[in-house]
Ligand binder design. Structure first.
Ligand code: GLN
Length: 268
């Protein structure tokens, strides 16, 4: 079976669990799913994949730090490279960079080579929902995204090439004086996959979005890089299971591939 956790320190975790259960019912009957709330390291260690929900990212990272989960979460994402999906505040935590808000910054987990802008549209009253075109869902039907004090991806960070990642792994480069901070080398080694933009807000005027739609048009609201997925919006607040189903299909594929490789290396 495959165990999927939802980080349950704060925020909209029960809604995710609900939709995960619903979505899994329409998947192959040969896979048994277990969905669990994650509040400590023990629960995290049982997970094959993880969702980091929306909520308040500063609070969430503080609680994670106090629960001793911050480093294990970084390992989960960047060392074990297990499938991880961050929605809204969750996407902020998965970003390598985020702007500081008035209340200050927060510790990030990282994994997505992007810079996010928190509260891009403004305060709670500037929340909105809008139909999104998400081609990867494959059925040409719009997906309603709920944006609540939502972040956007401001830009994709400069690519960290597989070649530099390989170089970083040789003794020679480690011995040679390097100007790159060690974090950059580690990031290039652990995130050789490219960032793929999966969704943007429509360019046409969004009547429900603040600022007459100007803040919204064309903004990046869904990105994927290797094992990480980030969405600005909350797919768990509606009743549409398509995003959860699509993500679980990807999880299934990645987990099965990993288990096959493990079996092969055990037999060698
Ligand atoms: N604005 C919140 C933050 O910065 C995110 C909002 C959300 O997750 N709905 O953490």
């Amino acid at each position: 079976f495959i165990t999927v956790g939802v980080l349950a320190l704060q925020g909209a975790f029960s809604e995710h669990l609900q939709l995960l259960k619903q979505a899994s019912q329409s998947l192959s009957k040969y896979t048994t799913w277990k969905f669990i709330e994650v509040r400590d390291v023990k629960a995290l260690s049982m997970c094959d994949a993880l969702i980091i929900p929306g909520g308040e990212s500063t609070t969430m990272s503080l609680v994670a730090e106090r629960s001793g989960l911050l480093e294990p979460l970084r390992e989960f994402v960047k060392v074990y490279r297990k499938p991880t999906w961050g929605t809204c505040a969750g996407m902020i935590l998965l970003a390598e960079e985020a702007n500081r808000t008035k209340k200050g910054g927060q510790e990030l987990i990282g994994g997505l080579d992007v810079r996010v802008r928190r509260n891009h549209f403004g305060s709670q009253t500037e929340s909105f929902s809008t139909p999104l075109d998400l081609p990867f869902l494959g059925d040409n039907k719009p997906f309603y995204g709920f944006f609540i004090r939502a972040p956007v991806v401001e830009h994709v960070l400069p690519p960290t090439t597989p070649a530099s990642a390989m170089a970083a792994n040789t003794a020679e480069t480690i011995a040679a004086p390097s100007k790159a901070p060690i974090d950059d080398i580690a990031a290039s080694f652990t995130s050789p996959d490219e960032v793929r933009v999966l969704g943007r807000l429509p360019v046409s005027k969004l009547t429900t979005a603040p600022g007459d739609g100007k803040l919204a048009e064309g903004r990046i609201v869904a990105v994927e890089q290797g094992n990480c997925l980030g969405t600005s919006f909350h797919p768990e607040l509606g009743t549409d299971v398509r995003m959860h189903k699509w993500w679980l299909e990807g999880v299934m594929e990645k987990v099965e591939r990993k288990r096959m490789l493990e079996r092969m290396s055990n037999n060698m």
